[in-house]
Design a protein around this ligand. Structure first.
Ligand code: CU
Length: 186
């Protein structure tokens, strides 16, 4: 099984074709679950709509500062699909940034809020403005804490708005999708 490390470095340098990183399975799970179990955010916000806080005038920044389509990252940021809610437990770096990110998420039943462990997840970072994704495959590691998954790397190689589409397949064979949107600066 190939390690992603080489391909990752290459991609960061030149954004070139990295078909070498056909990673799946249980790679480096040694990042450790820096489990911060309940954070200190209240936990029952299914849809923490981070309203764009562009009200504070003054700066005439470009790029992400002007893009109000993105989610404002915070610990506990959650988005819901039809059956599942996904909540951030950890993000390195925080907030999400260009290149490789390592996320720990919590997968919960959208109705009951109970952790859901019997899922498989395919991670698809996508740039809606450019109509492309990334060739760096994301490995998903099941963490010890029920419902928690580690995503490594979530590769956001280009500055701009990314949709990170989380494609879930549940135990019963049904599917669900949860999307986070982050804009990354150069
Ligand atoms: Cu792009």
């Amino acid at each position: 099984m190939l390690s992603c490390a080489g391909a990752r470095v290459a991609a960061a340098a030149v954004l070139l074709v990295t078909s070498a990183c056909a990673a799946d399975g249980d790679g480096d799970a040694d990042q450790g679950a820096s489990t911060d179990e309940n954070g200190d955010q209240s936990s029952d916000s299914n849809d923490t709509q981070a309203s764009a806080d562009t009200a504070s005038g003054g700066s005439s920044a470009v790029g992400c500062a002007e893009d109000d389509r993105d989610d404002e990252y915070m610990l506990g940021l959650a988005r819901a699909g039809q059956q599942l809610t996904v909540r951030f437990v950890d993000a390195m770096p925080s907030p999400p940034a260009r290149f490789d990110n390592v996320w720990t998420i919590e997968v919960l039943d959208v109705m009951t809020g109970a952790p859901v462990d019997e899922v498989s997840l395919e991670v698809e970072p996508f740039m809606p403005d450019h109509n492309h994704g990334t060739s760096i495959a994301c490995q998903v590691t099941d963490m010890e804490t029920p419902g928690q998954l580690q995503l490594d790397p979530v590769n956001l190689f280009m500055p701009g708005l990314w949709e990170v589409r989380l494609h879930f397949t549940l135990d019963a064979g049904t599917t669900d999708e949860v999307v986070f949107r982050f804009c990354v600066d150069p």
